[in-house]
Write a protein that binds this ligand. Sequence first.
Ligand SMILES: CC(C)(COP(=O)(O)OP(=O)(O)OC[C@H]1O[C@@H](n2cnc3c(N)ncnc32)[C@H](O)[C@@H]1OP(=O)(O)O)[C@@H](O)C(=O)NCCC(=O)NCCS
Length: 180
Amino acid sequence: MDIQLATRPMQPDDEERLYRLWPRLSPDTVYRRFHSPIRALPDETVHHLVDVDHDRREAVVATVGDEVVGVARYDRSPADPSVAEVAVLVEDAWQGVGLGRQLVTTLADLARRRGVRTVTATVQADNDRMVWLIRRLFPGSTMTVDSAVYEIRSPLTEPSAGTPEPPATAGATALLSRWG
Ligand SMILES: CC(C)(COP(=O)(O)OP(=O)(O)OC[C@H]1O[C@@H](n2cnc3c(N)ncnc32)[C@H](O)[C@@H]1OP(=O)(O)O)[C@@H](O)C(=O)NCCC(=O)NCCS
């Protein structure tokens, strides 16, 4: 079956969609994203994710219909805004069909246009899919292992000259084929 998939920046009314997304996540997905076994989604985490200024802080969501099925976000370092920490999550039913790659690619494009030159991520060392995604998208990445966790630093290339940034609300759509 073909499904219309869209990616767009986070918007203020996404809070309710994030609360609806939470029960569709497996404990493993939650653990890999937050590095701890959180049961109830903390309100402060939702506020933090939705509270973006599209410069120092950004979040991009993937939607199917009116529901959010994936979120990637970055936070630039206050001490060095050329460095941004990245995290991403795709709901279990949609993992493995390219959404994570699309979300991180979109987020990295926005970050690079705004002057981010290094992205960092904390990833469990056995998180093969995320490690593979980072190696593919950011070939110059360094991965330092500490207590079964990779601290990753990835250089971002500069955008081509004259490429304008899309409006903060701009999104993209694609058709995905999905079995089931
Ligand atoms: C990690 C995560 C974001 C990846 O998103 P996804 O939509 O499932 O991944 P994609 O379908 O885009 O696949 C990413 C790459 O991994 C590869 N891949 C898929 N399954 C894999 C597996 N079991 N082992 C290794 N690589 C795998 C894919 O082939 C793809 O590579 P490609 O671009 O060369 O084809 C998602 O699985 C997730 O939310 N996991 C739980 C949360 C998490 O781990 N977050 C990361 C820490 S911040």
